[in-house]
Write a protein that binds this ligand. Structure first.
Ligand SMILES: NC(=O)c1ccc[n+]([C@@H]2O[C@H](COP(=O)([O-])OP(=O)(O)OC[C@H]3O[C@@H](n4cnc5c(N)ncnc54)[C@H](OP(=O)(O)O)[C@@H]3O)[C@@H](O)[C@H]2O)c1
Length: 282
């Protein structure tokens, strides 16, 4: 791809590992100015050196935020806005799956807080900057597993019946509901928003899995793709002129695909938006 992104400013969450790292490298090679949003400075700086060396692009930097901690996200945005006045590409990529139920300082279940609520807040706090930089693009990294997710407004934080897959699938459905609702709200604004399933990619995602689970998953290795391959759709949506005006869609292998029936439910989309606003004190 010969796309030139040298005038484009980009934030990528979870940029120090797996799909986020490969997305950063791909866009850095196209000349984008990139802010790698990482929670761990040392990890971020190590990968930053690699990215600069491999891409030759020196306009890449690390900024710190913890996506489950809303105060830290507010600080990040404040800091970002004090340095930069433009933002053209926001890639909401960071994600986790927690084996045991944990909560953030507000009592929100950590998987939902990290994968969805933190990104809901980050995106909303950056919306004005994105709109004033239009054309701009938002890409939400979700998963095919959203199809097994369910938004139960009476039990969003899975207080009584936590399961790691349940928490993860619900958070990934929330990513898509958010994408569709935001696309409606941003109609004709010059800012597009799309969701991506990267495919089953070999990354550090299973770091919390037990040795036994990891051994079991290795049996399926031949059905998996590299992290580089997993980053392709995010890179495509962030950079290709073909999709400049396309918004409110769900993508896999650089093609529009259908998401689950629940994800298109306007009532759930609207309600989730309102509930998320309250939860993050937006
Ligand atoms: N791999 C797959 O097969 C697959 C399939 C479908 C969807 N996805 C999605 O793809 C995205 C990227 O995952 P990956 O597979 O590349 O996994 P990964 O290698 O584990 O990368 C996840 C990234 O998210 C960061 N992160 C986690 N919690 C964070 C927090 N609280 N604040 C800031 N950053 C945080 C991690 O930082 P640390 O290094 O500091 O932990 C890491 O940089 C996720 O949204 C995941 O749900 C992956």
């Amino acid at each position: 791809m010969n796309t030139d992104l040298s005038n484009r400013k980009c934030i990528i969450t979870g940029a120090n590992s797996g799909i986020g790292k490969e997305t950063t490298l791909g866009l850095a090679k196209m000349g984008a100015s990139i802010i790698m949003l990482c929670r761990n400075e040392e990890k971020g700086e190590n990968v930053l050196r690699e990215i600069k060396n491999s891409s030759g692009n020196q306009s890449v930097e690390v900024m710190i935020a913890d996506m489950q901690d809303y105060d830290s996200i507010r600080k990040f945005v404040e800091n970002y806005k004090s340095i930069h006045n433009k933002l053209h590409i926001l890639i909401n990529n960071a994600g986790i799956m927690k084996k045991k139920r944990e909560t953030n300082n507000l009592g929100h279940e950590t998987t939902l807080a990290t994968n969805y609520l933190g990104h809901f807040l980050l995106t909303n706090l950056l919306l004005e900057t994105l709109q004033s930089s239009a054309p701009a693009r938002i890409i939400n990294v979700t998963s095919k597993s959203h199809k097994r997710g369910k938004i139960d407004f009476d039990n969003l934080m899975l207080e009584n019946n936590y399961g790691r897959f349940k928490a993860y699938n619900n958070s990934k459905l929330a990513n898509i509901l958010f994408t569709y609702e935001l696309a409606q709200r941003l109609e004709d604004s010059g800012v597009t928003v799309n969701a991506v399933h990267p495919g089953a990619a070999r990354t550090n995602f299973g770091r919390e899995f037990s040795e036994r689970t990891r051994k079991f998953l290795k049996l399926f290795k031949r059905f998996t793709i590299s992290a580089e391959e997993g980053a392709k759709t995010s890179i495509y949506l962030a950079s290709s002129p073909e999709v400049e005006k396309i918004t409110g869609k769900y993508w896999f292998k650089c093609k529009k695909v259908k998401s689950s029936k629940d994800s298109y439910n306007r009532e759930i989309q609207r309600k989730l938006w309102e509930v998320s606003k309250d939860l993050t004190s937006l």
